[in-house]
Design a binder for this molecule. Structure first.
Ligand code: NAP
Length: 306
């Protein structure tokens, strides 16, 4: 974070907010839970960028006004989180292919006054799968649990990355069906199947290489009822997009079954790193966002134990 020096301390150009400091931020409602300010400010400081990243709580009925305000204030870029990821789309000047395919925007770049919407969530997940699970996607067979916004971004990224097949499993079958149908025409080479929970017995889960949870189940310690990891073979890997708590019931089950598994922290970091690159034209220093999160979690734990 950027700080004004205390009286008597030397000033340097990394620690002072001036008239030239560029403003970035995140809009959401609520936004208090967001860890993006922690990651982005650490990366700005490490790269000596004269910028500041701040949270903006924007109520749903204030979204259009807020976007006009961000435009008028010449904010250089911002992230978008729940509940605005889809509703912001018609308010922007242009959408990158990543946002169109995902049907959602998580990053906005202000390019000379034009607001361009991007989506870095799906590619962030692919990067995290490679890094945290050594999981290559091309040619693989995937089970995607969930059919909401995160699942749509994930399915788009899987298709772009050349997945062989995806079984979309969702509580509401119609939503899974609609999601799969919206990708069939663009990616006829990808075998897309759908199932409700419990997973239909005829689906060959034993052949699956990767199972991804893109539902909100796990955030409050819930199990995914109707999904048994015992149906997977020993080589399958499990990825949970949920990152808080860091150990969900799904990840705990995966460990019990001896399956390699990871939570969504890597995806959170990778989507932030991709957003940073879109805004600043360079990648953040390697590991700086991850380290900022680890420090933050460690501090939280210390405070919670007091
Ligand atoms: P969303 O659009 O609201 O979708 C929620 C999904 O969860 C739907 O498929 C819904 O099924 C399912 N679901 C909710 N409650 C359920 C229940 N009781 N039983 C069975 N299924 C249930 O949410 P989202 O934006 O896609 O986010 C999903 C998760 O991804 C969240 O945990 C979010 O934190 C995480 N995420 C993580 C990252 C990261 O960087 N790691 C990024 C984006 C999202 P129905 O269709 O049947 O309602």
């Amino acid at each position: 974070m950027l700080f004004l020096p205390l009286p008597g301390e030397p000033m340097n150009d990394k620690s002072v907010i001036t008239g030239k400091t560029r403003i970035y931020g995140i809009i959401g409602y609520p936004v208090t839970h967001s860890l993006s300010p922690v990651m982005q400010n650490a990366a700005l400081q490490a790269a000596a960028v004269d910028g500041l990243y701040v949270p903006f709580a924007v109520e749903p009925d204030q979204l259009a006004t807020a976007v006009s305000g961000l435009r008028a204030l010449q904010v250089c870029g911002f992230n978008v989180t729940i509940p605005h990821k889809t509703s912001i789309m018609p308010l922007l000047d242009e959408l990158a292919p990543s946002a169109v395919q995902a049907g959602a925007v998580n990053t906005v770049v202000n390019q000379g006054g034009r607001l361009i919407g991007h989506n870095t969530d799906g590619d962030g997940m692919i990067i995290s799968l490679a890094k945290d699970l050594e999981c290559g996607i091309a040619g693989s067979k995937v089970v995607l649990v969930g059919a909401g916004g995160a699942a749509r971004g994930a399915l788009a990224a899987f298709c772009r990355a050349g997945v062989a097949s995806v079984i979309v499993v969702n509580r509401t079958l119609q939503i899974a069906d609609d999601l799969a149908n919206s990708f069939r025409a663009c990616y006829p080479q990808v075998k897309l199947q759908v199932s409700t929970l419990p997973v239909q017995a005829e689906l060959a889960l034993s052949e699956v290489d990767l199972l991804v949870n893109a539902t909100s189940l796990g955030m409050a310690g819930e199990k995914i009822e109707g999904l048994s990891l015992a149906l997977l073979s020993g080589h399958a890997k499990v990825y949970d997009m949920v990152y808080n708590p860091t150990l969900t019931p799904l990840l705990s089950d995966a460990k019990k079954c001896g399956l390699k598994a990871a939570n969504g922290i890597g995806m959170l970091v990778a989507q932030g790193e991709l957003a940073f690159k879109l805004w600043h034209g360079m990648s953040p220093d390697e590991g700086v966002m991850q380290e900022a999160l680890s420090c933050f979690y460690a501090t939280q734990q210390r405070l919670d134990s007091l």
